[in-house]
Design a protein around this ligand. Sequence first.
Ligand code: AMP
Length: 181
Amino acid sequence: MNNKDFEILDKAIRRVKDFPKPGILFYDITGILRVPSAFKYCIDKMCEIYSSAGIDAVAGIESRGFIFAAPLAERLGIPMILIRKKGKLPGKKYSCSYALEYGTAEIEAHVDDIEKGSRILLVDDLIATGGTLNAAVNLMEQGGAVVTDVFGVIGLPFLNYEKTLGPKIKVKTLVNYNSEN
Ligand code: AMP
């Protein structure tokens, strides 16, 4: 990423200290959505990266992942899969629970939405530890699909998401921050 690309997004991303709890620096992507050129920049870049990547479907993680996954799926002309928190999807589902800092969470996807043998791109707004995406990989595998790629607008590589997701998955982000900023 060149300096100009970094600046476009960095300017639009709001930092909120101690949200949602003390010690967390929250990177808020609503600033990107307020600036149409910044949002368009994200979707254009995603198209550039994935238009020839052989992806069969885009899976978005509730809820901010949906914002970036849906326009990409539409532009690429491929299906979008919703990965939702427990209890939100009405049909027959696969589920996966995973550990949070305190307690556990569970995500689900419709059985019918996952095509056996398909190549999936997972999309979220931000990748921190990679724990949520790792559970999403498990969901897709329950349906016989393969997650080849993971995308986040923002990456926090110091939280070691690449290690969590393993060497087989290609991870792309548009802007990365270290523990200082
Ligand atoms: P993780 O499972 O640790 O990779 O966390 C990823 C999920 O938590 C994403 O859906 C993010 O939206 C959210 N998240 C985690 N850390 C932050 C942060 N510092 N700023 C904004 N969102 C975050």
